[in-house]
Design a protein around this ligand. Structure first.
Ligand code: ADP
Length: 486
């Protein structure tokens, strides 16, 4: 079967979060299952260095109409990698920019036009380069594809048999724009109603995608349930409840070619479940990288790698910071994002030199060092659709302390000292006291070296590779294709 992925991020070309990891890893696994996969991505400034040699245009000029003008888009052939065909949508005036979605503190003001153009360009490009049986689109940035397909393009004989699967990687980001977007993107005004794209007087890209896609998926079973409730649904819960029969939870896999302490090129030493000795060296290397060389060997190190967004629960960490600093524990944090959290981590480190250290930036190599060198990994998320870092942590024998939400709840099992089962520590209420209690349970368990090794090895034995989720996605595509034909 031919599947076209349309996405705003894809490893290794452009990444701001877990979406890029999924779009990078799933297609090659689908190819291994015998499918043909094409990935379309905007040609951002940061994609340019990945295109080697002279650019080869698969399509030179596709006309994308707007209200009073046209834009002309090229499609650059990115060639095949691991059997997957990549195409980059070239529109320099919209995509040749420093960032993907906006510069510090705000979105680009023309994001509706940018991703509206991208979606339409993908549909037009497939008519020249190959219409798939199924489009697999991701989050709000590509949610216009199903909307275009079932409205403006509904009568197109080349496109009208194609099915659409939309994956929600994070319902918190919806692409909300003013009502005039309807006209700007040349949609008929009867689309702007509550049962279609209108949501609290916004043109809501994600909502339209939820209405018009054949099947919806999200990235864990728990999150698929959660988003149907008012607490997690980000005001789309009633739409999602209405589509419950077509909503599936498929847990993300992780790429163990990149994330395995036995082979990870970013580490000072390698280690395996059978021989954990190298982890001590990784710990020393990590403490050195954060200027915490004086931390005692008996002191557990808690690692944090994250976008600093409200979603990630760092307001809870802020509430327990003083108490945590009184305990025998060191903290290393890597992240960037909302200024309040950047300031919190900077201040926390400033007042606790020698025990707490933070680096405010994006640094992939350092993220690997933290996964390997820390003893525990903290993810107190308010909500977490899937979460990748806790899965990496399991593989690296770094024990996750997590809030039991979304993928965190699906992947982490509470440690049971009596039975020697479980992989981490979980708390349920979104309360500082509950977080502190979970950390205290972890600090307690750390005192028993033999039990702690068992706990580490339980996690290291878990397998979250892409084989299983790729099969689940393939089954969804088959189902959608069947429905479209019949
Ligand atoms: P989200 O997609 O919500 O950001 P995930 O846990 O699904 O959360 O994915 C986050 C990914 O981004 C992981 O691969 C993580 O290592 C990486 N990451 C996040 N922040 C940083 C950072 N500051 N430096 C390096 N990697 C980071």
């Amino acid at each position: 079967m031919h599947i076209v992925f349309a996405a705003s991020e894809c490893v290794p070309f452009a990444k701001t979060g877990g979406l890029a990891d999924v779009v990078g890893a799933l297609p090659p696994h689908l190819v291994k299952l015998g499918h043909e996969v094409t990935v379309y991505l905007p040609l951002y400034a940061r994609v340019r260095p990945h295109i080697k040699g002279e650019w080869k245009y698969a399509a030179r000029s596709i006309t994308i109409p707007f209200t009073y003008y046209n834009r002309f888009v090229g499609v650059v052939d990115g060639g095949k990698r691991d059997g997957v065909q990549y195409y980059f949508v070239d529109c320099p005036e919209l995509f040749d920019r420093q960032e993907l979605y906006g510069i510090r503190g705000g979105d680009y003001p023309d994001n509706a036009e940018r991703f509206g153009l991208f979606c339409r360009a993908v549909l037009e490009a497939t008519k020249l380069l190959g219409v798939p049986q199924v489009f697999h689109v991701h989050d709000w940035q590509t949610a216009l594809i199903p909307i275009y397909l079932r409205t403006v393009y509904a009568a197109d004989p080349m496109l009208n048999h194609a099915g659409v699967v939309l994956t929600i990687h994070n319902a918190g980001y919806q692409g909300k724009f003013p009502p005039s977007t309807t006209e700007q993107l040349l949609f008929p005004w009867d689309l702007f109603t509550l049962d279609k794209v209108e949501q609290f007087n916004d043109f809501n890209f994600l909502k339209g995608g939820l209405v018009y896609s054949d099947v919806l998926t999200t990235v864990s079973r728990k999150y698929a349930e959660e988003i149907q409730t008012a607490e997690f649904g980000e005001r789309l819960d009633s739409v999602l409840r209405g589509r419950a029969a077509d909503l599936r939870g498929i847990l993300n896999g992780v790429d163990y070619a990149q994330w395995d302490p036995a082979t990870d090129g970013n580490l000072a030493a390698h280690y395996t479940p059978e021989n954990l000795a190298g982890k001590q060296e990784c710990r020393a290397d990590l403490l050195h990288a954060f200027g915490l060389e004086k931390v005692a060997a008996s002191t557990p190190v808690i690692g944090i790698v994250s976008r600093f967004a409200t979603q990630k629960g760092f307001d809870l960490v802020e509430q327990i910071a003083a108490k945590l600093s009184d305990r025998d524990v060191a903290v290393v944090a890597l992240g960037s994002g909302e200024p309040v959290y950047e300031k919190f981590f900077r201040d926390w480190a400033f007042w606790n030199k020698g025990n707490v250290a933070a680096q405010i930036r994006y640094d992939d190599a350092l993220a690997h060092k933290i996964e390997a060198g820390a003893d525990m990994f903290l993810m107190p998320s308010k909500y977490e659709p899937c979460g990748l870092n806790q899965i990496y942590s399991l593989k690296y024998g770094t024990v996750p302390v997590v809030r039991a939400t979304g993928g965190l709840d699906d992947t982490i099992e509470e440690w049971n000292a009596e039975q020697g089962t479980g992989t981490g520590f979980k708390f349920y209420g979104y309360e500082a006291a509950d977080l502190l209690a979970a950390i205290d349970r972890a600090l307690d368990a750390f005192q028993n070296k033999k039990a702690w090794k068992r706990l580490m090895r339980n996690g290291m034995a878990r397998n979250y590779s892409w084989e299983q989720p790729a099969r689940e996605y393939a089954a969804v595509y088959e189902e959608v294709a069947r429905r479209r034909v019949s």
